[in-house]
Design a protein around this ligand. Sequence first.
Ligand SMILES: N[C@@H](CCC(=O)N[C@@H](CS)C(=O)NCC(=O)O)C(=O)O
Length: 107
Amino acid sequence: MDPINSFFQLFGRTTTPPAANVEIYSWQTCPYCIRAKLLLWWKGVNYTDYAIDGDDAARDAMAERANGGRSVPQIFINNNHVGGCDDLYALDSRGGLDPLLAESSAG
Ligand SMILES: N[C@@H](CCC(=O)N[C@@H](CS)C(=O)NCC(=O)O)C(=O)O
């Protein structure tokens, strides 16, 4: 096995995409967005990224979906609002993220 995959295996990076449909609204240079995407990448998620930099209409649409949340990122798993970056990491810390990611969007 090549060194990078040995590293991933040692530290538990998942490379098989989980079943869930994951969406993230982000700004390209926002550190919270980068941090959230890093965790999703680590878990092998092929997320849909809505890059809404400077797009106020898209931000309004995001806020409507995100129960009024206007900061970025806003993350959705199978159309359910997870919250922002801190919420994503908190969910993972209490063991709730992997089961959600394993659920298919078809239910
Ligand atoms: N606690 C939030 C913080 C997110 C945050 O502060 N994002 C900044 C961009 S890096 C933002 O949206 N700032 C504009 C605003 O809050 O209206 C999270 O974990 O997602």
